[in-house]
Design a protein around this ligand. Sequence first.
Ligand code: FEO
Ligand code: CA
Ligand code: CA
Length: 663
Amino acid sequence: MTCQFRCGNACAHDVPNTSDNPYFGDILSAVFSRRGALRAGALGTLVATAGVAGAFPAVAGTGHTPATGRRGGLGFTAVAPNSADALTVAAGYASSVVVRWGDPVLPDAPKFDFNRQTAAAQAKQFGYNCDFVTFFPLGRDRGLLWVNHEYTDENLMFRGWTSGDTAPLEQIKIGLAAHGGSIVEVERAGRTGQWKLVTHGRRKYNRRITAQTRMVFTGPAAGSALLKTAADKHGTTVYGTLNNCAGGTTPWQTVLSGEENWNQYFVGGDGVPEAQKTYLARYGVSTTTSIPSGNRRFDRVEERFDLAKHPQEINRFGWIVEVDPFDPHSTPVKRTALGRFAHEGATTTLARDGRVVVYMGDDGRFEYIYKFVSKDRYIPGYDRHNRDLLDEGTLYVAKFTGDSPAAEIDGSGTLPKDRAFDGSGTWIPLVSGKKSYVTGMTAQEVLVYTRVAADKVGATKMDRPEDIERNPVNGAVYVALTNNSNRTAAQADEANPRSANMHGHILEIVERWNDAGATTFAWSIPLVCGDPADPSTYFAGYDKSKVSPISCPDNVTFDAEGNLWISTDGNALKKNDGLFAMPLSGPERGRVRQFLTVPYGAETCGPLITPDQLSVFVAVQHPGEITGATPDNPFSHWPDGGSSQPRPSVAVAWHRQGKKIGS
Ligand code: FEO
Ligand code: CA
Ligand code: CA
């Protein structure tokens, strides 16, 4: 059921990337010695010293691990894999629900009533299927949460729902209103790490953004002929954001939200002009069917979702959206300089010279890893300048090269003779403002059809690149590659070394001189996920009898010690998804431990450790979403228990004695 509603059964269709790009690049000698990053400071340093060169020391040049010598500071006992319909946290910790689907966001939101939903109510209530979570402190005991609402599961939201073709129009409108994002004010409970939704007072920042909210385009593709429609002759204004998956937070305190599987919301792909069909197909849109099965039929209430009538409306989705959480009247902005693909997230860091760097994954089988580097530098405190930094810069795509002979990478996951999946890589420029680096494509075409551009320059096909984040302690960049069961042994390469990759892996990138603005890097794989008893797994060389099984890494974050926290989506080991922690340095490097499990049928999203380290937020997406479940036969009753309907919710966990998360 998740497959149908989240991505329109993408895995059941042909892989849209039919380019002959390498699965494995030429064997080049490393452009520089691999890893050796050093610890630079505590969490927060990155933003606090933003713009100051040297937030991370340069890579030493001869080191072979990013070890800092610190123990990593993890002290909890792992939660055992389970199938409970509960949020289970490590011993010594407590958890609670912060905000559920249907809870009030705007002060005048009506009380949620599952059996009497309306679109007007949903537009004021917390949306469905929460994903990316970020937190903006308002002093010590208050804060704002931004939460993405990735997709709707009408089959669980409405009794008797059969299909978008026959659903009452009001239900389709509720679906539109349940997408987008929410901004809610939260407050600390006493002096604990628990946070609660503020349900009283003005809540002046609270806001719902939906699939109908007015937004504008900025950057080099704004106003492009490719973005013009009958309703928007200028190609500068669009209504709504769709399938917002992961995201990021900028140093100037705005939210970046990624439009991911937006291709599934349109019908009429068979009716577009022939010249457009190649591009549609590259983005996974059927060009042979009029109404793909399982389509929500948004076109029944808004004609723009019919490609046969409005072929370019779809070009207006697939972007990174920037939202200012501190101005509820601000217009969200789709930043075209960041390219258009199935954006998982967009996390920012600074280059050594203060330029802003955004790392982005394109979540599809055999898709690519991107980064954007701004033209101008970030100036702390000068928000009028910073606000438009993401409109001008260079978009790059990654090419990975292994350092072991191709014959040693056989798809089994067996380490090559040098005992590491590792190598070097290059960031290949695609476009810089109005300048295209791709033969035969204009700059605007590169930005609107970024996948096609990346195909042409020989980017490396990856195993579903999801969240990509820079470690605030060692400066290395970590990529979650969720899985790719389609990769064959012949297609295995050192960066994607396992065929039929059911469980995914984590890639570590060390930019040259530890400078996020660099155009070359070293990389290695510290974690190949799965059941540790499976010989194809690798836990950075750590004793596999002492680690937790982990499958399908999706989102990542870090604690103040620089430990990697990983949330999972789609555990192929047939247990519930969860949140895991793994030290990246010292003798515990590779010791994966499960910190929490989410309820039956749910995935774990948006892990976020608060700056004070006392709380971790997780989004519990699609509880009970198991094929066969309906409101008359729910497979989960989380979070309200009893015979209640499951409700996607953001939860928080904290240590009962006020210790730091991971202690
Ligand atoms: Fe929405 Fe790539 O997970
Ligand atoms: Ca190697
Ligand atoms: Ca995700």
